[in-house]
Each structure stands twice: as structure tokens, then as C-alpha cells.
Design a protein around this ligand. Structure first.
Ligand code: SF4
Ligand code: SF4
Length: 324
């Protein structure tokens, strides 16, 4: 009997870093995003963040919602982008459709909004996501997730990149060509400075990947890192839209005692110890909006707001400093 986990997806493609989980860092946190989205009941939090190998089907949906990178997938997305960039009108598939795709991930359910944004603004022409076998896959629920993420990116006005993403739910919609052009020909044919620079940026190894698993280690989740790399190549107008859609702002009110406890609990390093008697400093690019600092603050002094248009004056200042 075939191993369904291997057939479908890839529990081994899940990277678990329990010490980053909000629930493991702070017992009163009520985050349950991974549990809520997992259709197989495979995520457990009792006694530590864990995935039940008998239940997990490798859909990777949990990796697309965890706000702190406690669950991430191991797919080499930079390599995947490079493969896709070599082919005009490429097809991206999963482990089940890799024979008819120019690049593949374990399961396309792991494509978060940040991944979709990177594809839209880094590739050119059209990219087809091969969903033709998803209908009879135990991970079929991933289709609706991908659609809603694409809709969210579109609703934020961020689907205006050089690449259009098509969702192909039947083989008839897929025009897969098993032909590659070399990198030079590709860049010549499209002539896009953005693609060149973004491919280089996305291929650059992370400076943070060596430092993992320690509770005290600060690390920006891979999705956030990808987002920051993508936006670094885009126009001011687009980075403004990205800020409104993806960014959050932590701000402190008068009740802050400058105890600096939030700098310890923050898993990303967005909060840094400031001078004594003043609140920590805040780096918006590193913040995922997970809200752990707000939950943790005994004095209720922290607000974490999504959407830059709602920002407090103090946060606008930090934001200006970050973008400058
Ligand atoms: S989504 Fe992430 S932070 Fe939240 S409970 Fe799950 S693993 Fe922990
Ligand atoms: S600053 Fe607060 S909301 Fe932002 S990543 Fe750190 S703990 Fe989460």
C-alpha cells in the first residue's frame, strides 16, 4: 500500500520550530490559527507544538497562516522562482503534477499571499498553477485557500505586476511546454530589470537561516523575509499598498513602564531595547503583527494595528524612519 503522505505531499517538508510558537512563548496566548486551518486535525499544542504524522497530509496550509514562522515549509522557493523564470508561460505544480510542471512545490496550499505577491511581481507573462488533480486529492481544500489569497492580493491593488497567475483546474487549461530557455535568453526576451534584480534578491541566501531553534533567537519568518525582498524592488506607490495590506504597527501609550519585557517575547526582533525610561524601539519591517507583545504586556500599554491608514502619530514616525 503506498504511503499517502509521500504521494500527496510531504510532512517532511514541514519545519517545526516550537520555541517560536506564540502559545509556547506565552501560555496565555490564544493563537490557534494553525489548528483552525488544518482540515486533518494534525496540529497539537499540548506539551509543545507538534504535528501528528498519522494525520498530516502535507497540505502546508498551516505554514501560510502562522504569524511567527513556527511552522514553515522547507521548499526552496528561490530555486523554484529561478526555474519558473527560465520558461515563458511556466507551469507551477505540486508533488503529484511535477511531471507536467516547470517547477513544483510539495503542495500549492503552502503558497501564502507573500509567495503569490513575489510571483506576480518577479515573473513576467503568465504563470499557471496546476490544480488539475486537486479535486480528488485529500488536500483539495487548498484550492479555495489559494483563490481567497489571490483575491486578497487583488483587492489590495497588488495584482498589477508583470505576471498574471492563472488557476488551471483541468488538464485542458494547461499548456505545459517542457522546454527551457537559458537565463540569458529569458532576460533578453523580457528585458525586465525588475525580474533580473528580483531573481538575484530571491536567490540570495538568508543571513538568518543559521540561527534557529533557540528560544531567545530572533528571526524574521521566511514569508516576511520574502515580502521584504519583494518590496525592496518595487515602486513607492506599490510599497505603500504593500504597507497598508501587510504591515502592522506596535505603539506604546502612557502606561508603558519601559520594562522592556516585550522585547524578549517578540519572536522577530521588531522590538528592541531602547534607552532606559523610554519604550522599546519598533522596526516595522520586522514586525509580522502577531500581537504577542500586546498580549504579553501586563500594563496593557501596547497597541498593534493593522493597516497603515489607522496608525498613531508615534508609529507614523517609526514607519517613516523605516522606509527612509
Ligand atoms: S499559528 Fe503559529 S503561533 Fe499560532 S498556535 Fe500555531 S504554531 Fe503557534
Ligand atoms: S512587535 Fe509585537 S506584533 Fe510585531 S512581531 Fe513583535 S511581538 Fe509580534
Amino acid at each position: 500500500m503506498p504511503d499517502r503522505r509521500t504521494d500527496i505531499g510531504a510532512r517532511d517538508d514541514l519545519r517545526i520550530e516550537s520555541s517560536r510558537c506564540k502559545r509556547m512563548r506565552f501560555s496565555e496566548s490564544d493563537c490557534s490559527r494553525c489548528i483552525d486551518i488544518c482540515p486533518h486535525g494534525a496540529v497539537t499544542l499540548e506539551g509543545g507544538l507538534a504535528i501528528d504524522p498519522e494525520r498530516c497530509r502535507g497540505c502546508l496550509l498551516c505554514t501560510a497562516v502562522c504569524p511567527v514562522g513556527a511552522l514553515e515549509h522547507n521548499s526552496d522557493f528561490a530555486a523554484c522562482m529561478t526555474q519558473l523564470s527560465r520558461v515563458p508561460e511556466p507551469v507551477l505544480g505540486c508533488i503529484r503534477t511535477k511531471e507536467s510542471a516547470n517547477a513544483s512545490l510539495a503542495c500549492l496550499g503552502g503558497l501564502s499571499e507573500e509567495h503569490l505577491l513575489a510571483l506576480i511581481h518577479t515573473l513576467a507573462g503568465s504563470l499557471t498553477l496546476n490544480l488539475s488533480v486537486c479535486g480528488d486529492c485529500p488536500n483539495s481544500h487548498g484550492i479555495s485557500e489559494i483563490k481567497s489569497r489571490l483575491e486578497a492580493v487583488s483587492a489590495a491593488g497588488l495584482d498589477c505586476g508583470a505576471c498574471r497567475i492563472n488557476l488551471a483546474e483541468s488538464v485542458r487549461e494547461i499548456r505545459y511546454r517542457d522546454e527551457s530557455v537559458d537565463r540569458r535568453s529569458f532576460f533578453k526576451s523580457f528585458g525586465s530589470a525588475l525580474i533580473k534584480s528580483a531573481a538575484v534578491v530571491l536567490s540570495r541566501p538568508s543571513e538568518q537561516t543559521e540561527q534557529r531553534s533557540e528560544y531567545a533567537c530572533k528571526r524574521v519568518p521566511a514569508r516576511r523575509e520574502l515580502l521584504n525582498k519583494t518590496r525592496s524592488e518595487l515602486s513607492l506607490e506599490l510599497t505603500g499598498l504593500i504597507r497598508e495590506h501587510f504591515d502592522s504597527c506596535a505603539s506604546f501609550d502612557q502606561s508603558c513602564t519601559a520594562c522592556q519585557g516585550c522585547t524578549t517575547i517578540c519572536p522577530t526582533g521588531a522590538l528592541k531595547t531602547g534607552e532606559s525610561d523610554i519604550p522599546p524601539t519598533f522596526d516595522q519591517l520586522l514586525c509580522t503583527g502577531c500581537g504577542l507583545c500586546r498580549e504579553f504586556c501586563l500594563d496593557g500599554a501596547i497597541r498593534v494595528l493593522k493597516n497603515a491608514s489607522n496608525l498613531q502619530p508615534s508609529c507614523r514616525t517609526a514607519q517613516a524612519a523605516n522606509s527612509g
